[in-house]
Design a protein around this ligand. Structure first.
Ligand SMILES: Nc1ncnc2c1ncn2[C@@H]1O[C@H](COP(=O)(O)OP(=O)(O)OP(=O)(O)O)[C@@H](O)[C@H]1O
Length: 624
């Protein structure tokens, strides 16, 4: 799994390798110190006691120490920057892939899981690459070289020390098995927790309005507690292995001492060799102890990498064709859109006829006309609309624009030709200007962009945006000024119009507007839409009025196409849908009236309160 990182880590490899070599050099220098000790003890100390030799040896140890410190500094400096570069590249690739993945992927994945993958998982990988990986290699090499030196210095004692490796390796293997499960669980739970925070913040108004703050807190605490329990389990597993990796070498050293001293007394091992053996063992013990933490870091990085590649390995199901076809030039009278035997099932609902929302839709949108799509709620109107710009791909049949199957066009070409305004408009944390011009080419001359902006705002009756605190530069969306539902819809409508598309898809874009504003927008749209083929999902008769023709979606098929009057006279289901909607509208209007009455009462009460406050203030002033 970790080898997958080579793809992103390649540019950093030279610096990581050089950094690793400097770290290895530092460790080997540390291992050289006991050998100096050995020669001092066996030479000047035990024989002639020459001061000069001791001073020379001390100078050598000092020089080795300074060089070791310098190499450690080199390692840090060399590896720091490439690690952040790798993290940036991985983050960019992940985000690019997320944008490329189809809507169906985003239906299945929660925001928190994607957020945690792009933030904390990548930080874990970076830390491992620049520290864990390097130190793991250096520690393992130091241990191997150190044990080799110990065997060379005092073979019997070296073999005793080596015997300690058997339980260490076994423990390491057991640790890997246990830790990798909890490491993955912890990362997934962190993602779930991020999802909960994201959803709660997003839906904060609903939580407050329904007084469900305590429940949300309860859910959050439960999840946070599960994560805590997993982290504790992780820490316990890690501390067990760290303890064992610390204790086993110390125990082995005690055994070596018990064996070594009699050997030295018997003259079978020199005193210098014994001193060098234990000094080397003290140096080797440190990386052995570190192995527990480094293994844990490695397994954390493995879990993070697994989660990262899980996303980047997901193959987009909606892709550009191998040999894209070009759209014919824009016809003067407008584009022809055909849906031919279209079937569609949302993947989450299972494939096959049972899960199908659309079961053989045949619909022809004549060039330059506006067609209203009417059907009961949940009948698949939004789904149908989304098949045209390939937010989903049909499961059977075909959607064609000007005779070209939309799957034969590049997505960029298709989406420049087809524009959508959704019922629930999402605005980005950017200025009104940026939001409206979102779909227009980036290289559009400033003057033309300004004309488009002003024209689109006028058609969508979104002129209110000019009166915002900073005019059209006012930041709206999540981080900016909140707009009302109707205002957001109008900005989103302006955004859809600004593209000047061949095909405009409107998913009940005026549902949050009052009837008179809707009438004004409708009138302007009729003028502007001449030459644009439009499909508008309509719930209200007033929206249907926008259309030249109406298509009725019923049981996954189009069961009637005609003018509003024709269908009223001939299509029972159409009459039923409109009547059902009128009943809903009547109920909504009644609710509006009640709310207005309450507002008036509240205003009256407020005025009375304000008057009382003013009287009280006056009284206080007079008293003063
Ligand atoms: N992403 C999805 N995953 C699974 N099922 C979905 C998804 N989106 C919609 N559906 C289902 O597909 C059916 C059609 O939904 P769609 O939103 O297209 O209906 P609609 O006619 O636009 O409804 P409304 O008039 O209420 O907006 C519904 O049963 C809905 O539950």
């Amino acid at each position: 799994m970790l080898l997958r990182l080579v793809h992103w880590g390649r540019p950093a490899v030279p610096r990581i390798v050089v950094g690793g070599l400097t770290a290895l050099g530092a460790s080997l220098l540390a291992l050289a110190v006991p050998q100096v000790l050995r020669s001092v003890v066996n030479g000047p100390l035990l024989t002639d006691g020459s001061r000069t030799a001791v001073v020379e040896a001390a100078g050598l140890v000092l020089a080795l120490g300074v060089l070791e410190a310098f190499l450690v500094w080199c390692r840090r400096t060399l590896i720091l920057t490439p690690g952040t570069g790798v993290e940036l590249t991985m983050r960019r690739d992940l985000f690019r892939h997320l944008l490329d993945l189809p809507v169906e992927f985003h239906d299945r994945w929660s925001g928190g899981q994607l957020l945690s993958r792009s933030m904390s998982d990548l930080s874990v990988i970076r830390r491992w690459m620049v520290f864990g990986l390097v130190m793991l290699c250096v520690s393992a090499t130091t241990v191997v070289v150190g044990v080799g030196l110990m065997i060379a210095t005092a073979p019997v004692l070296g073999l005793v020390y080596l015997a300690g490796a058997v339980p260490v390796v076994w423990l390491g293997f057991r640790f890997r098995q246990d830790y990798k499960v909890v490491a993955r669980r912890a990362r997934d739970q962190a993602g779930d927790l991020a999802t909960t925070v994201e959803e709660s913040v997003h839906g904060i108004r609903v939580l407050k309005a329904f007084g469900r703050g305590e429940d949300a807190l309860g859910d959050f605490v439960r999840q946070a507690d599960e994560l805590r329990a997993t982290e504790v389990a992780k820490a316990r597993t890690q501390s067990r292995v760290t303890f064992a990796l610390g204790a086993i070498p110390e125990a082995v050293l005690a055994v070596s001492l018990a064996v070594g001293v009699p050997l030295a007394a018997a003259g079978r091992v020199s005193v210098g060799a014994l001193v060098a053996f234990f000094a080397t063992a003290a140096i080797v013990n440190a990386p052995v102890e570190r192995l527990g933490n480094l293994l844990a870091m490695t397994l954390d990085a493995r879990a993070a990498t697994e989660r990262f590649v899980q996303v980047v390995d997901t193959v987009p199901t909606v892709r550009d064709p191998q040999a894209p076809v070009a759209l014919p030039p824009r016809p003067a009278g407008g584009s022809l859109v055909e849906l031919d035997g279209v079937h569609f099932a949302h993947p989450a609902r299972g494939s096959g006829p049972v899960g199908e929302v659309l079961a053989g839709v045949d619909l022809r949108l004549e060039p330059g006309t506006t067609t209203a799509l009417v059907g009961l709620t949940g009948s698949g109107k939004t789904t149908l609309l989304q098949l045209v710009p390939r937010l989903y791909d049909v499961t059977a049949g075909a959607v064609r624009v000007d005779g070209v199957d939309v799957r034969d066009l590049t997505r960029a070409q298709l989406r420049a030709a087809v524009s959508v305004a959704f019922e629930d408009p999402i605005l980005f944390s950017a200025s009104v200007r940026e939001n409206v011009l979102l779909g227009t080419p980036a290289d559009l001359p400033a003057e033309e962009a300004e004309d488009l902006l002003q024209g689109s705002l006028d058609v969508a009756r979104a002129g209110f945006a000019r009166d915002l605190p900073d005019g059209l530069a006012t930041v709206i969306g999540e981080e900016g000024l909140s707009l009302s539902g109707g205002q957001r819809q109008r900005v989103a409508l302006a955004r859809a119009i600004a593209v000047r598309p061949r095909v405009l898809l409107l998913d009940d874009p005026l549902s949050a507007l009052d009837v008179s504003t809707e009438a004004q927008v409708t009138a302007r749209l009729r003028e502007v839409l001449a030459g644009t083929t439009t499909l508008v999902v309509a719930h209200r008769p007033s929206t249907v009025a926008l259309a030249d023709r109406v298509a009725v979606l019923e049981d996954g098929r189009i069961t009637g196409v005609g003018t509003h009057a024709e269908l009223l006279a001939t299509h029972a289901h159409y009459r039923y849908v409109l009547t059902a909607q009128e009943a809903v509208d009547d109920a909504a209007r009644a609710a509006d009236r009640r709310a207005q009455d309450t507002d008036v009462r509240e205003d009256e009460e407020r005025t009375a309160d304000e008057a009382a406050d003013e009287a009280a203030d006056e009284w206080v002033e007079t008293a003063r």
